[in-house]
Design a protein around this ligand. Structure first.
Ligand code: ADP
Ligand code: CDP
Ligand code: MG
Length: 197
């Protein structure tokens, strides 16, 4: 009837898990195989932090070092999805929503515009996660032991309740990522295939 009713919904898969659990690594593999667009909230924030003249660069850096979550208005996930346009088969939304503020902002902006397929939830022992972060080799200002501890605290207190929220809706697909990458990717691939990707 109206133009709105025929508007294409953005297909979305959320990727959540502790720092160093392999979210980015899994997204790279899946993106290649399935033609999905990978949007990492952390990457978008680091990009904005580097942008010359950014008014929020220092604020972003303070949150990143401190392992706390940047206010959702600054985390331009929605703009990034819109910028990627209609042609995308779907989006891998990596590291978002990470707390209640992220989730509230997402709902405010995206309700009625997205088809939330599932949440890929990666689980990995903290000892493995910290080793992986300290060896990541990207020179990140938060890949040190002190920041890692803060990130894990934030993850446990603020992100796990978001996973629970999606679990209640039957949307969580859990994969143990504390294993060799080939095994992890085999299970991740299966989850996407079962979801019709
Ligand atoms: N299954 C795995 N086994 C060993 N190392 C891994 C595995 N998955 C990812 N890594 C490595 O661990 C580090 C963190 O992975 P990354 O994908 O950046 O995690 P996240 O995005 O969840 O922080 C990277 O150096 C990556 O190459
Ligand atoms: N939704 C998000 C995602 C990341 N971030 C910030 O960016 C940091 C790094 O996030 P990331 O997703 O790149 O980190 P990993 O979990 O991939 O190691 C987080 O610790 C937060 O400080 C945020 O504020 N909000
Ligand atoms: Mg990452």
């Amino acid at each position: 009837m109206t133009g709105d009713s025929s508007q294409k919904l953005f297909k979305v898969v959320f990727i959540l898990g502790p720092p160093g659990s392999g979210k980015g690594t899994c997204c790279h593999a899946i993106q290649k195989n399935h033609g999905l667009i990978h949007l990492s909230a952390g990457d978008l924030l680091r990009e904005e932090r580097q942008r010359e003249g950014s008014e929020v660069g220092a604020l972003i850096e303070a949150h990143i070092r401190n392992g706390t979550i940047v206010p959702v208005e600054i985390t331009c996930m929605f703009q990034a999805m819109r910028a990627a346009g209609d042609s995308a088969k779907g989006f891998l939304v990596d590291g978002f929503p990470r707390n209640q503020d992220n989730l509230d902002g997402w709902k405010r902006q995206m309700s009625g515009k997205v088809d939330e397929k599932f949440v890929l939830f990666l689980t990995c022992p903290t000892d493995d996660c910290i080793k992986r972060c300290l060896n990541r080799g990207e020179g990140r200002s938060d890949d040190n032991e002190e920041s890692f501890r803060k990130r894990i605290d934030t993850y446990n207190s603020q992100t796990l309740p978001i996973v629970e929220f999606y679990k209640k809706q039957g949307l969580v697909r859990e994969v143990n990522s504390g294993r060799p990458i080939e095994q992890v990717l085999e299970d991740v691939e299966r989850v996407f295939t079962e979801a019709g990707f």
